[in-house]
Write a protein that binds this ligand. Structure first.
Ligand SMILES: Cc1cc2nc3c(=O)[nH]c(=O)nc-3n(C[C@H](O)[C@H](O)[C@H](O)COP(=O)(O)OP(=O)(O)OC[C@H]3O[C@@H](n4cnc5c(N)ncnc54)[C@H](O)[C@@H]3O)c2cc1C
Length: 505
């Protein structure tokens, strides 16, 4: 595994920092830390290049991080397909199609780079910076004490124990480091499942990324992201709690939607499936779960840094790697890896992400009630209708989906009436008269909602509890971030109304 590199008193360390997982988060952290002069040992249980189930969309913020890592300058990177326009379809009909908006200091495009290729680029950056890389080497267990983190690893030759000043868990959505740190698996309501397939001979422009919504797979969506030369990544992601029993798996849902969704079927009319449809879990951000303790940090998917609204995670994997390195620069200098010394990392994640993630989470939890799916599809249509009439509204919508604008800009889409919308929903849920006031279409949904409630009161109670908790979290974040007083008040009122009507503690 390499010679012992450092000593502190009688203790001998195999590296300053051991990083478990050499995906975008781990390899980026290794690059930053090695550049700072730290001795870094980067482990991955598999051998690269390796596939990772993903939509492969590398958004503008992620491109900026890749630039800082020196990846964009590497041979071959410029050949990766550029996507500079997006289209949104609902129920097989196009709602909007337009170029991504120009946002200051961001490239107005993303790239679609198969992870087989992208992750190898970032790993090469880590090697170039001086990190030692061990492939086919799996973290099995760790313990941490005042002086060190001790890591047990297994490779083809057997197992061994390594010691470091600090362990970074960058081992993805099923992170062992996170599970050991937190003592349990992530809650079910934070989990999504997804499937992805590659197709060749795809119709339509290589520069256009398509998102598809359908009432059968909310909260979630499916996509077609061209990888260039007529090939594309096609996939679907959906909240675990919303998986309908009749479709069984996301792969089965994806196959059905490829057959039945007119817009997607049109692009895949003459296409050929390359390989198999592969599945993967996603765990979305939950501010209640710790992302560090003394001598241990979590970054990327291991920390749950996935936006529940659009499933994007590469950007957060790269950003969290850079924030971790910033904090560690001080820790390495002071030789202090205690929880208080690492706390600025958690504070940075919270200040950068918690508000947007809280809003995204609220939206996802509201949408997760399947009976209300037709209502949300109507909301999409209303938003898209406005986007067709109003260019800046359309730019905001496209910007959020492309990752150019933060999720909080959803509030702009609601025309400053987000709080009223939340109140309307709460009022509608509280009485049949409320539903009727929303119009005849929605009152039918109200009727279905009442039937559903009678059939599955426990399911309804859970949904209300989750939605109310998310509303409380968003209200608190809004207050903390100083969002306009009126909007904040309305959210808090809507939450109180839901809590009182449904006796949610
Ligand atoms: C279907 C799907 C579509 C997605 N689409 C997009 C998208 O289009 N754009 C986007 O930005 N994000 C997308 N995401 C999210 C994105 O894939 C992740 O956020 C990203 O991969 C996070 O990088 P990471 O380095 O944290 O984890 P990973 O990329 O999962 O890397 C973790 C690494 O850890 C290794 N590992 C695991 N356990 C151990 C262990 N015990 N010991 C040693 N090594 C270990 C693994 O082999 C792996 O190489 C999607 C996710 C899914 C599932």
């Amino acid at each position: 595994m390499g010679a012992m590199v450092k000593t502190a008193g009688s203790l001998r360390y195999d590296a300053d920092v051991i990083i478990a997982g050499a995906g975008p988060a781990g390899a980026a952290a290794a690059t930053h830390l090695a550049r700072l002069g730290a001795s870094v040992l980067l482990l991955d249980r598999v051998v690269f290049p390796r596939d990772k189930v993903c939509g492969d969309f590398v958004g503008p913020s992620a491109l900026i991080e890749l630039d800082a890592l020196g990846v964009s300058q590497m041979d071959g990177f410029a050949a990766a397909n550029i996507g500079w326009r997006g289209a949104i379809y609902v129920g097989g009909a196009e709602l909007i199609s337009r170029p991504f908006p120009a946002v200051t200091s961001m490239p107005p495009y993303g790239r679609v780079i198969p992870r087989f290729v992208l992750d190898k680029f970032i790993l090469d950056a880590a090697r170039n910076a001086g990190a030692r890389v061990r492939e086919g080497c799996e973290l099995i267990h760790f313990t941490a004490d005042r002086d060190s983190a001790t890591v047990e690893v297994a490779n083809s030759q057997g197992s061994l124990t390594l010691r470091c000043r600090l362990l970074i868990g960058a081992d993805g959505a099923s992170s062992k480091v996170a599970r050991l740190l937190r003592g349990s698996a992530p809650p079910r309501r934070d989990r999504f499942v997804a499937s992805r397939a590659y197709f060749t001979n795809v119709e339509g422009p290589d520069e256009q990324l398509d998102l598809y919504f359908d009432a059968s797979c909310l909260p979630g969506y499916y996509w077609l992201f061209p990888t260039g030369k007529g090939a594309a990544n096609v996939g679907l992601g959906i909240a675990v709690e919303s998986l309908p029993a009749h479709d069984f798996t996301p792969a089965a849902m994806l196959r059905r939607l490829i057959r039945e969704d007119k817009a997607l079927a049109a692009r895949l009319r003459n296409a050929r499936l390359r390989g198999k449809i592969a599945g993967w879990p996603l765990v979305t951000y939950n501010h209640r779960l710790p992302i560090m303790s003394g001598r241990v940090m979590l970054i990327g998917d291991a920390a749950g840094l996935i936006n529940p609204l659009n499933g994007e995670g590469i950007q957060y994997a790269l950003q969290s790697a850079s924030w971790a390195a910033e904090t560690l620069a001080h820790c390495l200098h002071a030789d202090n890896f205690s929880a208080p010394a690492l706390a600025p990392f958690a504070a940075r994640v919270e200040s950068e992400l918690r508000y947007d993630m809280a809003l995204a989470r609220l939206i996802v939890h509201l949408i997760s009630n399947r009976t209300l799916a037709p209502l949300w599809i109507e909301v999409f249509k209303i938003l898209a209708g406005r986007a067709r009439r109003n260019g800046s509204f359309a730019d905001t919508l496209a910007g959020i989906f492309a990752g150019l604008l933060p999720a909080r800009d959803v509030l702009k889409l609601l025309g400053g009436t987000a709080g009223e919308a939340a109140q309307t929903l709460a009022a509608a849920l509280a009485s049949p008269r409320g539903w009727a006031a929303l119009g005849s279409g929605t009152s039918q949904i109200g009727f279905r909602f009442a039937c559903e409630a009678a059939k599955d009161p426990a399911g309804l109670a859970l949904w209300l509890k989750n939605a109310s908790a998310s509303m409380a979290e968003f209200g608190a974040r809004a207050a903390h971030s100083g969002i306009a007083g009126k909007k904040k008040e309305m959210f808090l009122q809507a939450q109180k109304l839901m809590q009182s009507r449904f006796r949610i503690p």
